[in-house]
Ligand binder design. Sequence first.
Ligand code: BEZ
Ligand code: FE
Length: 278
Amino acid sequence: MSYFTEDNSAEIVNARMGADTDPRLREVMGALVKHLHAFAREVTLTQEEWDYAIGFLTKTGQMCSGERQEFILLSDVLGFSMLVDAINNRRPKGATENTVFGPFHVADAPIRAMGENITLDGKGESCLFEGRVLDLEGQPIENACIDVWADNADGFYDVQQPDIQPKWNNRGRFFTGANGRYSFRGIKPVSYPIPDDGPVGQMLGHLGRHPYRPAHVHYLITAPGYQKLVTHTFVGEDTYLESDAVFGVKRSLIAPYEPAEGGDTQWRSKFDFVLVPA
Ligand code: BEZ
Ligand code: FE
């Protein structure tokens, strides 16, 4: 057995793991140490840079609270959340793709009747959202829960403005009947910046990156016997589609928005969701 050197560092550290270490923990930690050490060697990391990184991670932790998760935001802007999401949601052709969950979901949103309006603050361009929840054979799925959430016309979620927006603004849950159809009213979403008043926002600034997400509506769709679907639909032609701060855009998730004819609704967006058996 030799002592720690610049060249053998990772092997020496990994050799310290006990014989009874859980095999998966051994695999994950072993690879983490190997890649972390290789990274430091590759960039010839200076002491000042490592001290700066520790300061950054400390500030990231200090920014976390019940309402704010700066570490997930860091994972999001590094593309890591989307990579882990992709690895864990490999789906057959034809199934709706997953995307990032984000920090603004609130469980137990009000259950609403089909066609109901989720926009409670009266702001924005009204839009009718409709479509079906289907299986891979194109058959309707009954009793699917469509949990929807979106920002308001000023680009904020209700939970970011509890003193300004009505509670449950632009949120709701809808349950499909035998025909698998859903419909609700809301607004054509607008793009908005992710929370950028912390260390992650500062990092984006240093990297010459903007904090914006292209306009989208979030969906969490569950149905008995099917895999959970966490996704968005995006508005085409958004300025930020190709530079989403968190890399959540997939071509298949860009939904049509057409001007609605007649009535007082301005837009109409049709989108079918296709679920995979559990
Ligand atoms: C969102 O779309 O709500 C979101 C996703 C990731 C980070 C911040 C916000
Ligand atoms: Fe969002």
